[in-house]
Design a binder for this molecule. Structure first.
Ligand SMILES: *Cc1c(COP(=O)(O)O)cnc(C)c1O
Length: 492
């Protein structure tokens, strides 16, 4: 399996090369030359552990990894770092199946991919005789940064640098990042929003002079953002796993179609579901749920992607995004893998902030349904679900639940639906408490967490305890034009 850039500038990369490079040098994203199929039936796969299933899925994409290498990566990642042997349990509540993706080290779904990416990367470096230190450069809207640092902490031969928007993440997320341990971890708050951070990081990746300067210092840049194919591939696994769990538990019969509903920001998680569909999981519709930053909802409705609008800070900050990078991969597929057409659309996005797709492309993506939720609706959903079932969800997951409820009312589509549950409610305790009608003005976020624990009857995850007792280690603040300087300060 080889990988090509969505913009045509690079072709024929192996999986390990694509993982090392992260973003293609032409600014495009790496795509496998075809979407592979599972080589075993879902019934057979439903007897496997998460780790065994991960191997069956990932081996189809990462074909230049040996079985031993890949199993080593998988087994190192999905171990007791997760607080349940199921790794991604499926919980049936109300009218939906919540796929809990928050049982890793940082209690959000990005752990699913970022706990394995460092192993994939170190293995890829060895395979490609890379001697330089790998410098992971990441822009985060809150969760990626911490999850990436937790994954890369003290991994030999790597440094990790994280930029986050100073006022664009939750207090707890900021604490999580600023208390991060490890001699190779670096964090800076930028004065700007997430899109500024992401654009800044993309520009640094495209700066050839800076790359040369780094090389002179024995460093090479790579990305842990969800544009890295090494992030996307591990995420395909849990959609296959969800279907297998439903099959094993007798919730569905073999071949029965399901829907998935994904709270979406950068479009990585839902794209992984789309890949799972193409691998052979009977997924009918992909419900793309947005918060008040509803660029994607409008896009799926109209065929026009337009980021020229106000950027809104919501209670689901990891979805406060106006440029969903991974959408480029779907656009590329919808052009029939026409890199030139894809490049032109992305160029238009860069220069005018928008682009429009053709009717044929619209037809191609018709399996997607876009919906959005207001802050008020999100809070009502959290409260109603708790009242009805006792189950407490976080604001990101609640965006998805809101959109699913509306979809169900609109369409009456009776297919069973998996909702990607992307964060523990404890990670967003103040918003969740407010939603439950217990607005908590306590200035100490940990006291709010204690209150949530009492109200929900769920004890706090270990990840919370760890942050509670840790010292602040990172204090850097940086202006957007100074990002390269900050990197120099960190590395040289
Ligand atoms: C990152 C994140 C999302 C959005 O996922 P994408 O892959 O960027 O679409 C949703 N919820 C949480 C909690 C996240 O951390």
């Amino acid at each position: 399996m080889l990988y090509n850039s969505t913009r045509g500038g690079e072709t024929g990369r192996t999986a390990s090369q694509a993982i090392l490079e992260g973003l293609s040098r032409d600014g495009g994203l790496f795509m496998p030359e075809e979407l592979p199929k599972l080589d075993k039936g879902l019934r057979e796969l439903s007897g496997l552990s998460y780790q065994e299933l991960a191997y069956e899925v990932m081996k189809e994409f990462l074909t230049d990894f040996t079985e031993e290498e890949l199993r080593h990566c998988i087994n190192s990642a999905y171990d007791s770092k997760f607080d349940t042997p199921a790794i991604a349990p499926l919980v049936k509540k109300d009218n939906a199946y919540f796929l809990e993706l928050f049982h890793g080290k940082t209690i959000a779904f990005k752990d699913m991919a970022l706990s394995i990416l460092p192993y994939l990367m170190v293995t890829s470096a060895r395979k490609n005789h890379v001697e330089d230190k790998i410098v992971i450069l990441t822009a985060t809207s809150g969760d990626t940064g911490k999850a990436a640092m937790a994954g890369f902490q003290d991994v030999p031969g790597t440094e990790i640098i994280v930029f986050y928007p100073k006022d664009g993440v939750s207090r707890f997320q900021e604490l999580q990042m600023r208390t991060q341990q490890g001699d190779n971890t670096h964090v800076a708050a930028i004065i700007g929003n997430f899109d500024d951070a992401q654009t800044g990081v993309k520009q640094i990746f495209g700066d050839q002079n800076f790359a040369k300067e780094l090389k002179e210092h024995g460093c090479v840049l790579s990305s842990a953002n969800s544009i890295n194919i090494g992030r996307l591939v591990p995420q395909v696994v849990y959609y296959v796993y969800a279907y297998c769990q439903m099959l094993a538990q007798g919730e569905i019969t073999e071949g029965e179609e399901i829907n998935v509903c994904v709270p979406t920001g950068n479009f990585g998680n839902i794209l992984a579901a789309y890949f799972a569909k193409h691998m052979g999981v009977p997924i009918a519709r992909l419900l793309c749920a947005s918060n008040e930053n509803r660029v994607l909802t409008d896009f799926f409705g109209s065929g026009t992607y337009d980021k020229n609008r106000e950027f809104i800070l919501t209670s689901s900050p990891s979805m406060d995004i106006l440029v969903s990078s991974n959408l480029e991969r779907l656009i590329y597929l919808s052009t029939g893998r026409n890199a030139e057409e894809c490049r032109d659309l992305m160029q238009s996005l860069y220069t005018t902030g928008k682009y429009q797709i053709t009717d044929a492309m619209k037809q191609f993506i018709a399996d997607f349904y876009g919906g959005s939720a207001t802050e008020e609706q999100v809070f009502a959903t959290i409260r109603t679900l708790k009242d009805r079932t006792g189950y407490v969800i976080d604001p990101h997951t609640a965006v998805a639940k809101t959109v699913y409820d509306r979809y169900l009312a609109e369409t009456g589509d009776a297919r069973k639906t998996v909702i990607a549950s992307t964060a523990s409610p404890f990670k967003f305790a103040p918003a969740v408490m407010e939603a439950l009608g217990q607005k908590d003005e306590k200035s100490d976020v940990f006291m709010v967490i204690d209150d949530l624990s009492r109200i929900s009857g769920v004890s706090e995850p270990k990840a919370i305890q760890d942050v509670r007792t840790a010292d602040i280690r990172h204090n850097t603040v940086c202006e957007i034009p100074k990002m390269e300087n900050t990197i120099r300060d960190f590395l040289f």
